[in-house]
Design a protein around this ligand. Sequence first.
Ligand code: HEC
Length: 153
Amino acid sequence: MLVHRVALVAIALLACSFPPAFGQTNRATFPKAFDRYVLYATYDRGFAKEEAFALPETLALAKAGKPLPPGTQLVLGIWRARQLAEYFVMEKGVNWGADFPADVRTGDWHFQQFDTTRQVMRTAFAERCQSCHSSQSRDDYLFTIDRMRTYIP
Ligand code: HEC
C-alpha cells in the first residue's frame, strides 16, 4: 500500500511540474443561439434519454452532403429520471485539432460537458468524448450524421 501511495504522489508531482502540452485545451462553448436550434433526433438509452440539436443551416449542409464548417456547434441534451441532467456540446474551429496530438485528435472538433444552466461541468472529461467519437472518423466524428441527413423540417 505504501508503495502504491508513494507512486501516486510521484505521479501527482510529475503532473504538476510538467503540465501536459496537450489535452487541457477545450474551446467548445455552449451555443449562444441555442433558441434557434432544432431537435433532429432522440435516443432512448433506457437509463438516459438524449435529444440531438443543430441549427437548421447545419442540417441543410448535412443533407446536401457538404462538410460542416468551422463554427458548427452540436448539442446533445441528456435526460435522466425525466429531468434534463446535462448538455454535451461539440464545436468545430479552424485548426482546433492542432491542440491535440495526432493520436487523440478528432478532426477540428472540441468536446465539452455543460450543466443545465449552460455552465462548463467536468464530470465527463473531453478525452473520453474524443476517444469514443474517434470511432466515427469516416463521418466527421459524428454518430448522428444519418439522422441529420434524413431530418425533415
Ligand atoms: C462511449 C461513447 C461516447 C462517449 C464517451 C461520448 N459520446 Fe457523444 N455520442 C455517442 C453516441 C453513440 C451518440 C449518438 C446518440 C446515441 O446513439 O445515443 C453521440 C452523440 C453526440 C452528439 C451529437 C452529434 C453527433 O456526434 O452525432 C454530441 C454533440 C456528443 N455526442 C457530444 C459528446 C460529448 C461532449 C461527450 C463527452 C462529454 C461525448 N459525446 C461522449 C457516443 C459517445
